[in-house]
Design a protein around this ligand. Structure first.
Ligand SMILES: [Zn+2]
Length: 78
């Protein structure tokens, strides 16, 4: 049987924690829902006056900028 001193215990603890974090990162990297990001990206709008980026889920002719409250035509959106 081998002796476990303090340095070896800390090293084993850090290695196990590192492997757990890496395994969670790999799991969520390959199982994330990237289609949701692509679906939301078509709703990105940028105000031509104050350059704030916001989501516009409404299909109206005019939308209001949430920051400067300007009414923006969809043709003026960047
Ligand atoms: Zn604005």
């Amino acid at each position: 049987m081998f002796k476990v001193d303090f340095c070896l215990a800390v090293a084993i603890f850090l290695i196990v924690d590192f492997l757990v974090v890496i395994s969670f990162w790999v799991f969520y990297t390959y199982h994330n829902d990237s289609e949701t990001d692509l679906q939301n990206s078509k709703y990105f709008r940028q105000c031509p006056y104050c350059c704030v980026v916001f989501f516009d889920y409404q299909k109206q002719a005019l939308c209001a900028c949430p920051q400067c409250k300007s009414l923006i035509d969809h043709n003026d959106l960047l």
